[in-house]
Design a protein around this ligand. Sequence first.
Ligand SMILES: *[C@@H]1O[C@H](CO)[C@@H](O)[C@H](O)[C@H]1NC(C)=O
Ligand SMILES: *[C@@H]1O[C@H](CO)[C@@H](O)[C@H](O)[C@H]1NC(C)=O
Length: 274
Amino acid sequence: MMISLTVVSLALLSVANAATTLDISAIEAHFQQALIVPSLLPAFTPTAVLSVAFSGSAITPGQALAQADVATKPVVTVSAVDGTTPLTGSFTIAMVDADVVGTDESGGVSRHWLENAVTLESDTVSNASAKTITAYAGPGPASGSGPHRYVVLLYQQPSTFTAPANLSTLVDGVQKFDLTAYVKDSGLGDLVAANYFTVEVGTDSTSLPVTSSVVTSTLASAGASGSGVKSTGTGSTSAPGPSGSNPPNGGAASFKLDFASSVLVAVTMMVLLQ
Ligand SMILES: *[C@@H]1O[C@H](CO)[C@@H](O)[C@H](O)[C@H]1NC(C)=O
Ligand SMILES: *[C@@H]1O[C@H](CO)[C@@H](O)[C@H](O)[C@H]1NC(C)=O
């Protein structure tokens, strides 16, 4: 029995480590459900999956975490989709506070982390030759301001990248900036991959938009728990969105997830029966 369980765990691990188009669909759906798209990002079509690990624990998309657990810089790993060209070159990594669901981001977002010229060493983001503009500063949302969405972003950084004058050297402390303008003006490349988590301090006194029950529960097998958004209190996990509408990809993603779960169950049964 022990041996069988070990084999099952290994099978699950190897499935978790290989990025698939299903993983891409799932993270796209998460960003849409949390309204990070389009509030923060006009669009999100990643080509890789970003694993963000604090003290050895990789977050699930939208996971609600304690402020103390995210106080120090995470280890970030990138998995390109199986069979695609490995990621090479320079990248810019950033973390911004997209605040609570429904926030108007046009006034800018707080920048908690910004490093140019990071590289990938065995798929892990390395700062060996990086230029730190804002050193990682852990989340510190105001008490009672609700669950803030912290978004970690990895952009390809082409050789033509030119940092704006006011963000070309180390800038101390968390500051607001216009992420969209920064990406455009500096000539950053594609948003390769991103992930997010939420942190809430104190008791929420905000009134966030009422949400409708959509596909979060069917995405649970991809780690949709704790998306940090308000539910209508029906007992099911909800995601925000226009009333009664499913986010794009949601249906397709949930079908594929169900299929993936079935495959996992089948693999588990086969191993156990051996
Ligand atoms: C890389 O990050 C570590 C941990 O934050 C820091 O101590 C180190 O100074 C950084 N190195 C460079 C070259 O920025
Ligand atoms: C940097 O300068 C641009 C204008 O070039 C301005 O819009 C932006 O607010 C400035 N950012 C910071 C952090 O001072």
